[in-house]
Design a protein around this ligand. Structure first.
Ligand code: UD1
Ligand code: CA
Length: 465
C-alpha cells in the first residue's frame, strides 16, 4: 500500500526564543527536520510533504535539498490546520499518511513502520503513537475509557487536573488512512484555550462518526522526545550524540571518553581509529581507518585517509592523505590538499594549498595559496607572502626543494625542483631547479668587538666623574 508522510513544521517555536525556525535548529550537526525526513523515508514514505510557515523560505530550501515537497501554512492556526494544507498536494493519493511533527528528531523509522503496520492490521481510521513518560508536562495526554479505548487527547493548557496526571502522552505521530481524512479535519473547531485547530481533536470527530481509533505504544519513550525549548534541544543533542558514538564503537572505533567527544551524525570513521578526548568531527567529514585523533582535534567537512594523526589542531574543508601527521597546534584552513606521509607540525597555518606526499612543514610557518610538490622541506618560520594588499598570488615549490628557515617567499614565485633557499632569505624572483637562492645581506664580522666596547665604557666613566 502506498505511504505518504506529512511533516508539520510551520510553527515558530515560540518557546525557543529564536529568530530561526525551530525545525532548523541543529542537532548533532543537522537541522532537526532532516532527522524526521530521513526517518519517514526509511519507513517507506514515497512522498514527503513538509508544511512550512514561519521562516518559510529558509525551511523550504533545506527541505528542497533533502528532496521533500513543501506546502505553506499561512497563518499558522494549529496542527489540524497545518495538515489540512497538504490536502491539495495529496489529491488523488490513496493509501496511508503518517503525520509527524518536525520537532521530534529522535523518532526512529522502525517505530513508524510498526505504527503503519498497526493501523493496517487493526483496520483503524487512525492509529496514534503514544508513550508512557515520567514527566508528561507539555504533551497532550491520552484519555481512555474504562475499557481502555482512546476517547480523546487533551492538551496541557486545556486539561483538568485528573487528566494532567495521566502519564500516557501523544507523541504527535499518527498514521491515517487518506479516506475521509481531510473532510474530518475540516470539522475540527478551535474552541480551546489557545484558539487553535488541534490535530488531536480529529480523534473525537472519528469516534463520533463511529470510526475506529487504535494506538501503538512506543517501546522507548526517549524516541518521542519533542523539542520545544533550548533545554530540550541540548538534551536531544546529548542523546543523539551518544547514539552516534555507540554506533561508531559498535563498528570498531575506539572512543576514549564519550563525554568529551562530539561527532556529527553524517561523519564516517574507519575501524581501529582512536578518538581521544576533546575530539570534534563535524559536517560531512570522512575519516579512514587506524587514525589517531585528538586530544583536542576539530575536523570540519574534511576527508582523512588511513593512519592519519591530528592533535590539538583544527582542520577545515581540507583533505589529508594516508599516514600524515598534523599538529600539535596546526591550523589547516579551507582548501588544503595534504598528500600522504606529510608532516604539518606545530604553529603552522596552511590555507588553500597543496602539499605533496612526503613533504614537511614542521614548525612556525604560514603557507597560503601554495603548490608544494613531493618531498619538500619547508624550514621553520617560512612565510609565503601571498597577498600584496589587493590580490592573492601563488607560490610554487617544486619536488625535493629545501627551504631554509625564516624564508619569505614573495608570491608569485616559483622555487624549482631540488632548489635550495638559504635561511633568512626574502625570495622575490624564481629560483631555477637545482640552484641555491640566497637573498640576504652579507655577514660582516668586526674583530675584537668586546675589547673595543670595554675600552669605550671606561672612557665614558672617566668623563662623567
Ligand atoms: C503537539 C501536540 C501534543 C503532543 C506534542 C508532541 C497538538 C495540538 N498537540 O503539541 O498533543 O503531545 O505535539 O510533541 O497537536 N505546527 C504547524 N502549524 C501550526 C502549529 C504547529 O506546522 O499551526 C507544527 C510545529 O512547527 C511543530 C508541530 O506542529 O513542528 C507541533 O507543534 P508544537 O507547537 O510544538 O505542539 P506541541 O505543543 O508540542
Ligand atoms: Ca512540540
Amino acid at each position: 500500500m502506498a505511504l505518504a508522510a506529512v511533516i508539520l513544521a510551520a510553527g515558530k517555536g515560540t518557546r525557543m526564543k529564536s529568530r530561526r525556525p525551530k525545525v532548523l535548529h541543529q542537532v548533532a550537526g543537522q537541522p532537526m527536520v532532516s532527522y524526521v525526513l530521513e526517518a519517514v523515508r526509511e519507513a517507506g514514505a514515497q512522498r514527503v510533504i513538509v508544511v512550512t510557515g514561519y521562516g518559510h523560505e529558509a525551511v523550504a530550501s533545506v527541505v528542497g535539498e533533502l528532496g521533500g515537497e513543501v506546502v505553506v501554512q499561512e497563518p499558522q492556526l494549529g496542527t489540524a490546520h497545518a495538515l489540512l494544507q497538504a490536502d491539495r498536494a495529496l489529491a488523488g493519493f490513496r493509501g496511508d499518511v503518517v503525520v509527524v511533527c518536525g520537532d521530534t528528531p529522535l523518532l526512529r523509522a522502525e517505530t513508524l513502520t510498526r505504527l503503519v503496520v498497526q493501523r493496517r492490521s487493526s483496520g483503524a481510521a487512525a492509529t496514534v503513537l503514544t508513550a508512557f513518560v515520567d514527566d508528561p508536562r507539555g504533551y497532550g495526554r491520552v484519555v481512555r475509557d474504562s475499557s481502555g479505548r482512546i476517547v480523546r487527547i487533551v492538551e496541557q493548557t486545556d486539561g483538568l487536573p485528573e487528566e494532567l496526571a495521566i502519564r500516557e502522552i501523544n507523541a504527535g505521530v499518527f498514521c491515517f488512512s487518506t479516506k475521509g481524512l481531510f473532510s474530518a479535519l475540516r470539522e475540527i473547531s478551535c474552541e480551546n484555550r489557545q484558539g487553535e485547530y488541534y490535530l488531536t481533536d480529529i480523534l473525537a470527530v472519528y469516534i463520533q462518526s463511529g470510526r475506529l481509533i487504535t494506538s501503538y505504544l512506543a517501546e522507548d519513550p526517549a524516541e518521542i522526545y519533542g523539542i520545544n525549548d533550548r533545554r530540550q534541544l541540548a538534551e536531544a543533542e546529548r542523546l543523539i550524540r551518544l547514539s552516534v558514538l555507540n554506533d561508531l564503537m559498535d563498528a570498531g572505533v575506539t572512543v576514549v571518553d564519550p563525554a568529551s567527544t562530539y561527532i556529527d551524525r553524517q561523519v564516517r570513521i574507519g575501524s581501529d581509529t582512536v578518538l581521544h578526548p576533546l575530539t570534534l568531527i563535524e559536517g560531512a567529514s570522512v575519516v579512514g581507518a587506524e587514525c589517531e585523533l585528538g586530544p583536542g582535534a576539530r575536523l570540519v567537512n574534511s576527508r582523512l585517509g588511513d593512519r592519519v594523526s591530528v592533535q590539538y589542531s583544527v582542520v577545515a574543508d581540507s583533505s589529508i592523505g594516508d599516514g600524515s601527521k598534523v599538529g600539535p597546534f596546526a591550523y589547516l584552513r579551507p582548501g588544503c590538499e595534504i598528500g600522504a606521509g606529510v608532516k604539518i607540525g606545530d604553529f603552522v597555518e596552511i590555507k588553500k594549498s597543496a602539499v605533496g606526499p612526503g613533504s614537511k612543514v614542521p614548525h612556525l610557518s604560514y603557507v597560503g595559496d601554495a603548490v608544494i610538490g613531493k618531498n619538500v622541506n619547508v624550514g621553520a618560520g617560512t612565510i609565503t607572502c601571498n597577498y600584496d594588499g589587493e590580490k592573492k598570488w601563488t607560490t610554487v615549490i617544486e619536488d625535493g626543494a629545501f627551504i631554509g628557515s625564516n624564508t619569505n617567499l614573495v608570491a608569485p614565485v616559483t622555487v624549482g625542483r631540488g632548489a635550495y633557499i638559504g635561511a633568512g632569505s626574502t625570495i622575490r624572483r624564481d629560483v631555477p631547479p637545482g640552484a641555491l637562492g640566497v637573498a640576504r645581506s652579507e655577514q660582516k664580522n668586526i674583530p675584537n668587538w668586546e675589547i673595543l666596547k670595554k675600552k669605550r665604557k671606561k672612557k665614558e666613566m672617566k668623563e662623567t666623574t
